[in-house]
Design a protein around this ligand. Structure first.
Ligand SMILES: N[C@@H](Cc1ccccc1)C(=O)O
Length: 403
């Protein structure tokens, strides 16, 4: 594979742009575009910062294939290893089960001749076909992601060329309908910028070259930011806020949004493009998360001195989400409810802790993320706040949002 840094940046962007992007406009409909922009920038900075903290800490690893849980053990002992492993593995199994279910039902839609077995067959086919690439190698996943990401980009540009000309300046001026919506919406936006599980895989893929890892992360997070801004501008700008809120109250799903855009643009092409785009968003994010889980399990097995082959690792990666999707969907839906919390833990609280310890033990590391202890503290506090937002909404302290 020629330029691995470019490929890694696309793996980051591909993992990031997933289901979250589709949920975001529904979550922020009542918030108005200005506040939406503010939240996008703030969370982009926060999550790029935490990813770069991982890069900083990766300068101190002993093996280039060390996983996040190995880093946690290096700095926080067995407690760190166990907490990191649990939050990573449960998070990834839950999100993969959701992706397998979603991908399966999309596939079943084009295979109706399978009759009553369409759903399970499609779920299995979706997983096996994509799983093969994971089992082959990271290079194979890189190749497939490049291809799919390009098609995804074309579909997205098509959506934008149809929607952006209809944007009206006054729609973008809308203010939040309730106070503190920006806080309520933060977990959905936060998870939308998530990709951190893939850092160990690309660190290994780039042979532990910190400069290239850093470049891949900066490039790979800039792309989603631009995509999210344009997407929010299109959705917030096409509809007056009252209408936008009405749409999502009638059907708070992507389908509702697609139908509404179809009415405004009068074009069938828009529904097709949004559908193609959302399918590919799901697939590229699935590829990124599966690759991450595969490497995370490898890291765990190495720790307990089990040498598993790629096929066995593939089975361990895909069998549980398949089983959940086929036999016990309630299980992963329950786990998914806590996905945001698990991600805030390993994606923000943990890297802050790691960097804090690493800076004490290795004060002269060549690369250091800007900002000192105060920045670490602010990031930690924001992480703790975002982690508690669902409880604050439940307790009635914050307004409810979709997502
Ligand atoms: N950002 C992904 C979700 C995700 C979060 C964290 C890690 C990996 C994936 C999405 O929007 O769907």
């Amino acid at each position: 594979m020629k330029n691995k840094t470019f490929g890694s940046a696309l793996l980051v962007a591909g993992t990031t742009i997933g289901a979250g992007m589709l949920a975001m406009p529904l979550t922020s409909a009542e918030m108005g575009f200005t506040y939406t922009m503010a939240l996008l920038f703030l969370l982009w900075i926060l999550l790029s910062y935490s990813a770069l903290l991982f890069v900083e800490v990766y300068q101190t690893v002993q093996r280039k294939d060390a996983g996040i849980a190995t880093l946690a053990e290096q700095y926080f002992g067995m407690v760190g290893r166990v907490l990191a492993t649990l939050s990573l593995v449960i998070f990834m199994y839950a999100i993969l089960s959701a992706y397998v279910t979603g991908g399966g039902s999309l596939l079943a839609g084009v295979l109706p001749f399978l009759g009553e077995h369409a759903a399970p067959i499609s779920i299995i086919a979706f997983t096996v076909i994509l799983g093969i690439f994971i089992v082959i190698s990271t290079g194979a996943v890189d190749g497939l992601t490049r291809l799919l990401f390009m098609i995804k980009l074309v579909a997205f540009v098509l959506v934008l060329t149809m929607m952006l000309p209809l944007v009206q300046g006054e729609n973008l001026m809308a203010m939040p309908l309730k106070e503190f919506l920006i806080i309520s919406a933060s977990p959905v936006f936060f998870t939308s910028f998530g990709f951190h599980v893939i850092i160990p895989s690309i660190n290994n893929y780039l042979d532990g070259d910190i400069k290239r890892l850093r470049a891949a992360i900066i490039g790979g997070t800039a792309l989603p930011l631009v995509a999210y801004i344009l997407w929010q501008m299109a959705t917030h700008g096409v509809f007056p806020q009252v209408k936008f809120v009405e749409i999502i109250n009638n059907d708070p799903t992507l389908n509702g949004l697609v139908d509404a855009t179809y009415h405004v643009t009068g074009s069938n092409l828009i529904s097709g493009s949004v559908r193609l785009f959302s399918t590919l968003a799901l697939v590229t994010s699935f590829l990124g998360v599966s690759l991450s889980l595969f490497d995370c399990l490898d890291d765990l097995l190495k720790r307990i001195n089990i040498k598993a082959g790629r096929l066995a690792l593939g089975v361990l990666t895909f069998l549980p989400p398949l089983a959940f999707a086929l036999f016990y969907p309630e299980g992963f839906i329950a786990a998914l409810g806590y996905a945001g919390q698990m991600f805030t833990f390993y994606g923000l609280v943990l890297p802050v802790g790691l960097a804090w310890r690493a800076r004490k033990l290795h004060p002269n590391l060549p690369y250091r993320v800007i900002g000192g202890n105060l920045t670490l503290l602010i990031a930690l506090l924001l992480g703790l706040l975002i982690m508690n937002v669902p409880f604050l909404i439940e307790g009635g302290y914050l307004p409810k949002v979709i997502g």
